[in-house]
Design a protein around this ligand. Structure first.
Ligand code: MG
Length: 240
C-alpha cells in the first residue's frame, strides 16, 4: 500500500476525539448555565439524538446552519423539560469551548509524525470552518497537514463526490496516489469509494476488522481498495 503520495484524513473521531471532547465541552457549560450535573448523562444522550438527526438533515440540504445551531439545544431543553435557558446561548457557549478541547484519538500523534515524513497529509472534514480550524490549531494537529478541506467552504459535505474531487484537484493528486482514512463507513469510505479513491476504514468500536456481507457486496462492485483497521497504529505496518 506504499504507492500513495497523498493521505486524506477525516478529522472528527478519526484523529480528533470528538466524542470525548464534545462531552467535556458540554459538561463545562453546565455550571455556567446553572444546570444540575446529575442531569448531564440524560441531557447528552438526548442532545446527540437531535444533533445527529439535524446533521443528517443539513447534509441533505434540509436545514440551514443557523436553524441547526438553534434547534439542537432548544429541542433537547424542551424534551428535558428545562425552561429559562436560551438554546442559542447554550449553543454559543458549547461551540466556544468545544474546539478548544485537545483530546486526540488513541495513537494519532504516534502515526501522524512518521506518516508526515513520507506522505503529504490532508484533512477532508464535514463541519463548520471556524470550528474545524480551531480544533486543528489547539490540539497541535495543524502542522502535520498541508491542506484542509472543510465541507462548509466547499459547499458539498462528504459523501458527495464533489468534495473529494475538489480535494484531489487542489492537491494536484491523482486518484491512484490517494488514500482516504476515516471512521464513518457511509461518509468517508463510501464517499471516497464513489469518487474512485482507495480507503482505510478506522473502526475502533467494531468487534473485529472483517466486513459484513452487505459491506462485502459494495466492495465487490467497486474497483477501489478498502481495508479496515481497529487501531490507528495499524497504519504503520500498512503504510511505512
Ligand atoms: Mg469522523
Amino acid at each position: 500500500m506504499t504507492h500513495y503520495r497523498h493521505l486524506f484524513f477525516d478529522l472528527d473521531n478519526t484523529i480528533w476525539d470528538f466524542n470525548r471532547n464534545s462531552r467535556d465541552a458540554l459538561m463545562g457549560c453546565f455550571p455556567v448555565f446553572g444546570l444540575e450535573l446529575s442531569l448531564f448523562e440524560e441531557f447528552f444522550r438526548i442532545y446527540n439524538l437531535h444533533n445527529d438527526a439535524l446533521w443528517e438533515l443539513y447534509r441533505r440540504n434540509g436545514i440551514s446552519k443557523e436553524d441547526l445551531s438553534k434547534a439542537r439545544f432548544n429541542l433537547t431543553l424542551e424534551e428535558m423539560g428545562i425552561s429559562g435557558i436560551d438554546g442559542r446561548e447554550l449553543n454559543q457557549a458549547y461551540l466556544a469551548g468545544m474546539p478548544l478541547q485537545t483530546r486526540l484519538c488513541e495513537g494519532a500523534m504516534e502515526v501522524l509524525a512518521p506518516l508526515a515524513c513520507k506522505y503529504q497529509l490532508h484533512i477532508i472534514t464535514n463541519g463548520f470552518s471556524e470550528v474545524q480550524y480551531k480544533k486543528l490549531g489547539h490540539s497541535g494537529l495543524a502542522p502535520f497537514f498541508s491542506k484542509v478541506f472543510v465541507s462548509e467552504e466547499i459547499k458539498a459535505p462528504k459523501p458527495a463526490p464533489e468534495i473529494f474531487r475538489h480535494a484531489l484537484k487542489s492537491c494536484n493528486a491523482r486518484k491512484r496516489e490517494s488514500l482516504m482514512i476515516g471512521d464513518s463507513w457511509e461518509v468517508d469510505i463510501l464517499g471516497a469509494m464513489n469518487a474512485g479513491i482507495d480507503q482505510i476504514h478506522y473502526a475502533p468500536d467494531l468487534p473485529d476488522a472483517s466486513f459484513t456481507p452487505a459491506e462485502s457486496e459494495s466492495l465487490h462492485k467497486n474497483r477501489t481498495l478498502t481495508r479496515r483497521i481497529q487501531k490507528l497504529t495499524d497504519l504503520i505496518p500498512l503504510l511505512l
